[in-house]
Design a protein around this ligand. Structure first.
Ligand SMILES: NC(=O)c1ccc[n+]([C@@H]2O[C@H](COP(=O)([O-])OP(=O)(O)OC[C@H]3O[C@@H](n4cnc5c(N)ncnc54)[C@H](OP(=O)(O)O)[C@@H]3O)[C@@H](O)[C@H]2O)c1
Length: 268
């Protein structure tokens, strides 16, 4: 971990779904101690209130912002200019801007702010310190800042090129929802085979938890599959059926393709 990269307080700009998850992760792990957290949010959020109760600063006077060594942008892509640009006169010249926004190019933010930018694409499981986060930065220092903020919360994957960020967003940031959707489809298939809706939903959710536990071991995906699919068994029969039609690959390709396409639209 790059402990020296982030030295002062961190501003969290936006405390919605992702901002709250990041904040929860910092509070749970101590990656950023509450006295070093500044949360800027237009409306009351439970996680921001919780952080404030533990010593974080919630919407402090703008004079406090100059202390910050990093600012995490967790607002919607369409909102970043309105949210960030009014803060610029109050931010230190060397503050690192850590953008968690899908689709917004680092250069666009850097040119509008005259600050160094690192892009990070985390999953909301950072709240439980079990997320994954893709990171890209032009400069080593800003990359190190993102590592220091996210490594305690996530498996941080460095990307070689910013162009890979949209694909990483689809394969990591969005993918938990794709996988939940698949588990929901499995539950429906179970219902069609006679399971009650409650039993099907609990079994599919439990299967997802079991899959997550396997993934947590760090074993390669092919090994995880092979551990369950004994030759000639039920799992192998199901896997062969999925592979035979190509529908699974097509669904995954379509999900990634259209998520990447949407990221392109957001950055336009
Ligand atoms: N959700 C995910 O899983 C995920 C994963 C990776 C990356 N991201 C990225 O994270 C960003 C936020 O997504 P989200 O899902 O968390 O959206 P969200 O739940 O709508 O949160 C956005 C937050 O931004 C706040 N906001 C708006 N204007 C602001 C301002 N001027 N100053 C401070 N905060 C302001 C909003 O406050 P109010 O509620 O008061 O309007 C809202 O709570 C997006 O750019 C997205 O691409 C999301």
């Amino acid at each position: 971990m790059c402990e020296s990269a982030q030295t002062g307080p961190v501003i969290l700009l936006g405390c919605g779904r992702l901002g709250s998850a990041v904040l929860e992760g910092w509070l749970n792990t101590g990656a950023v101690v509450p006295k070093n957290i500044i949360v800027l949010t237009p409306s009351t959020k439970p996680m921001a209130e919780d952080a404030a109760a533990r010593g974080a600063r919630l919407n402090p006077p703008v004079g406090d912002l100059a202390e910050a060594s990093a600012l995490v942008i967790a607002v919607k892509p369409a909102k970043w200019r309105d949210a960030l640009l009014p803060l610029l006169p109050h931010l230190a010249a060397d503050v690192a801007l850590v953008s968690a926004m899908a689709g917004v190019k680092a250069d666009d933010i850097a040119m509008a702010t005259n600050r160094a930018v690192v892009r990070v694409m985390p999953t909301t499981a950072v709240a439980q310190a079990s997320g994954v986060a893709a990171v890209w930065a032009e400069r080593e220092h800003t990359r190190a800042v993102a590592h220091s903020l996210f490594e305690p919360l996530a498996d941080v994957v460095d990307l070689a090129d910013e162009d890979q960020m949209d694909a990483a967003t689809a394969v990591a940031g969005s993918a938990p929802a794709f996988i939940y959707a698949f588990a929901r489809a499995l539950a429906r298939a179970g219902e069609a085979r006679g399971l009650s809706p409650d039993a099907a939903a609990r079994l599919a959710t439990g299967a997802l938890r079991s899959a997550g536990a396997g993934a947590g071991t760090g074993a390669p995906l092919s090994d995880l599959i092979a551990r369950i699919a004994s030759p000639g068994g039920t799992t192998q029969a199901g896997l062969e059926a999925m592979g035979a039609t190509g529908d699974l690959d097509r669904a995954a390709e379509a999900a990634v393709k259209f998520a990447v396409y949407r990221a392109g639209e957001l950055s336009a």
